[in-house]
Write a protein of this length. Structure first.
Length: 405
C-alpha cells in the first residue's frame, strides 16, 4: 500500500542529503570538538560551518545560536532565562493557542506564584491585539507567542509584536518551530529577542533544536555544565545532528520559493476538493497562515475515527483534536477560536511538504469522500445525507455526549 504522508507539521522525513552529511560524524570524524588535537579540530570546524548555515537561514549571527535537544527545550530555556534575569518581574504574557511546551510551563509558573495572561484569538485564529497591548505592564518579564500555530498554521504578526515589546522594554520570545523553513525570516531586521526551532520540522533528525538569543540580551543557562555553546548550554555537542541541521537549514533556504508556490498550490487544491464534501469547513484564516497547512472539520463525525480509516487507506494525517480515550474534549486551539463542538471534534490537520505530489492529492481526494460518508452513515447524528434535527438528537442513547447534552 502506498503511503501518502500529510503530517509534516508533526515531523518530516530526514532528507537523504542530510543523512549523507551526518554519517561520517558517527565513525571517521568522531573527535570531541573541545579537544585540542586534530581529530577535535576538524569536528569543531564542521560545527562552525553548520552554525553559519543555520544563521544564514535565520538572518542572524552564528554566535546568536544555541543548540538544544528540541523545540521544547528551547522554549523552556527562553522562558526560564527571562524570569531568572529579571527576578523582580512576575508577569508573563502568552496566548490561549500555544504549544504545550509553553502552556504547561506557564501553568507550572502560575503554581509558583507568577501571573500569567493568556491572550485570546478570534474565530479565524488571529490574535486579539487590543487585549495583548492592554496586557503589557512594567511587571512583564516575557511575552512569548507562536509565530505559526501548529494546528491551524495561522500566523501571528510577530515582527510587529516584537517591535511593540521593544518600545516598552519587554523581552519577547517566539516559538517558530512551525515557521522556520516555511516563511522567510530575517532576525536582523526584527526586534525579536529569542526564537525557538526544531530540526525535525525541516527534514533534519529528531533530537536537535536551537534557540536564537539576540546579542546583548541578558541570558541565564537552562543547562549548566561546561563551556559549550559559549557557556550558555552545557554538555558535549550532538555533532552528527548539528551537522544534519546545518544541511537541512541550507536546503530549507533553497526550497522556500517552492514551499510558497508549488506546496501552497497543492494545499489549496487539496483543501478546495475537501470543501466540496457537505458540512465541511476550514479552521483558521485562509491567507494569514503557513503555505503548507490546512485544518479541516468534517461535522458530526470523530477526528480520531477519520484518522483511523485514512491510515488504513494509506494516508497519514493528524487530528486537530486533543481527544484521548474516554474524553470528548476537542483541541484547546479550536476551543479558543470558538469552533462549534460538532466541527471541532471532527477536525483533522493536513500538512504538506516539498516531497508531496499532485498524484498524492488526486488519490487523497478519492479516498476522503468515501471515508467521511462511511463514518457519517454510522453516526447517530447523521440521517438521510444530513445532520439529524435537534429534537431527534435528544433521543440519542449517548447520555454523556456533549453534542446531545
Amino acid at each position: 500500500m502506498q503511503t501518502i504522508y500529510f503530517d509534516n507539521n508533526a515531523t518530516t522525513a530526514v532528507d537523504p542529503e542530510v543523512l549523507e552529511a551526518m554519517l561520517p560524524y558517527f565513525q571517521g570524524h568522531y573527535g570531541n570538538p573541545s579537544s585540542m588535537h586534530h581529530k577535535g579540530g576538524e569536528v569543531a570546524t564542521a560545527l562552525r560551518e553548520a552554525r553559519q548555515r543555520l544563521a544564514d537561514l535565520l538572518g542572524c549571527e552564528p554566535g546568536e545560536i544555541i543548540y538544544t535537544s528540541c523545540g521544547t527545550e528551547s522554549d523552556n530555556t527562553a522562558m526560564w532565562s527571562a524570569l531568572r534575569t529579571q527576578p523582580d518581574r512576575r508577569h508573563l504574557v502568552t496566548s490561549r493557542v500555544e504549544h504545550s511546551a509553553i502552556i504547561n510551563n506557564a501553568a507550572f509558573l502560575k503554581r509558583l506564584g507568577y501571573q500569567i495572561t493568556e491572550v485570546g484569538v478570534d474565530r479565524e485564529g488571529r490574535l486579539d491585539m487590543d487585549q495583548l497591548l492592554k496586557s503589557l505592564t512594567p511587571d512583564t518579564a516575557l511575552v512569548t507567542l507562536l509565530w505559526a500555530n501548529n494546528e491551524t498554521g495561522v500566523l501571528f504578526p510577530i515582527e510587529e509584536i516584537a517591535q511593540l515589546c521593544a518600545e516598552r522594554g519587554l523581552v519577547f520570545h517566539t516559538d517558530a518551530v512551525q515557521a522556520v523553513g516555511k516563511i522567510p525570516i530575517n532576525l536582523k531586521a526584527t526586534k525579536i529577542d529569542m526564537l525557538s526551532l526544531a530540526g525535525h520540522k525541516i527534514h533534519a533528525p529528531k533530537g536537535i533544536g536551537a534557540l536564537y538569543v539576540r546579542k546583548g540580551l541578558k541570558f541565564a543557562p537552562f543547562m549548566i555544565g561546561g563551556h559549550q555553546e559559549g557557556g550558555r548550554r552545557g554538555g558535549t555537542e550532538n555533532v552528527p545532528y548539528i551537522i544534519g541541521l546545518g544541511v537541512a537549514a541550507r536546503l530549507a533556504g533553497e526550497r522556500l520559493p517552492e514551499e510558497n508556490t508549488r506546496v501552497k498550490a497543492l494545499r489549496d487544491r487539496l483543501e478546495d476538493g475537501l470543501l466540496k464534501i457537505p458540512y465541511t469547513m476550514v479552521n483558521g484564516h485562509r491567507t494569514q497562515r503557513l503555505p503548507n497547512t490546512t485544518n479541516i472539520s468534517f461535522e458530526y463525525i470523530e477526528g480520531e475515527s477519520i484518522l483511523f480509516h485514512l491510515s488504513h487507506a494509506g494516508i497519514c494525517a493528524s487530528s486537530g483534536s486533543a481527544c484521548t480515550s474516554g474524553s470528548l474534549e476537542p483541541s484547546h486551539v479550536l476551543r479558543a477560536m470558538g469552533v462549534p463542538f460538532t466541527a471541532a471534534h471532527g477536525s483533522i490537520r493536513l500538512s504538506l511538504a516539498t516531497t508531496n505530489t499532485e498524484e498524492e492529492v488526486t488519490e487523497a481526494l478519492k479516498i476522503f469522500p468515501e471515508v467521511v460518508k462511511k463514518l457519517r452513515d454510522l453516526s447517530p447524528f447523521w440521517k438521510d445525507d444530513g445532520p439529524v434535527v435537534e429534537s431527534e438528537m435528544l433521543s440519542c442513547d449517548a447520555n454523556n455526549c456533549q453534542i446531545c447534552n
